[in-house]
Design a protein. Sequence first.
Length: 148
Amino acid sequence: MHRRSFSALALAAPAIWLARPALAREPEIYQDGGIAIDGSDPVAYFTTNGPVAGGDLTVDYKGAAWRFADQASADAFRADPARYAPAFGGYCAFAASRGYLAPTTPEAWTIYVDRLYLNANLRARELWLEDIPGNIAKGEANWPGIFG
C-alpha cells in the first residue's frame, strides 16, 4: 500500500464508522415474526390467572397479530383491546421503568389495578414487584422517549 493510499484510508475510517446504517425502529408492540407477546392469549391472564398459548384465532391490533385460545377471548379483546393489551406494548415493564426496551416471557407477569404487565424474566419480575407503583410511574415517564 502506498503512503498516499494509507493516508486516505486512515482519514476515511472515522467517516465510515460514523456512517453506520440507522437501526430500524422497534415496533410499538413487542412481537416476533408479527406475533404479539410470544403468541400468548392476553385475555387469558385475566380469565385463567396466567398465560395460555393462543391458537389459530387472531386479531390484528397496532401492527401485530394477537393470538387467542378461544372465540370468547378473541371477542373480548376485539371489543376492548386497550383493556387487555399489556402495558408498555408488551415489552418488559421493569426495563421500561429503567428507560429501555426488553423482550418478555409469558411466565413473568403481573396484573396490577386491572392492567397486565409483562417482564423479561422472573428476576426482572421480582425487581418489578419491589415497587410496582414507582416502577409504573418511571415507565410511563420514560415510555414516550424510549422509541427515540
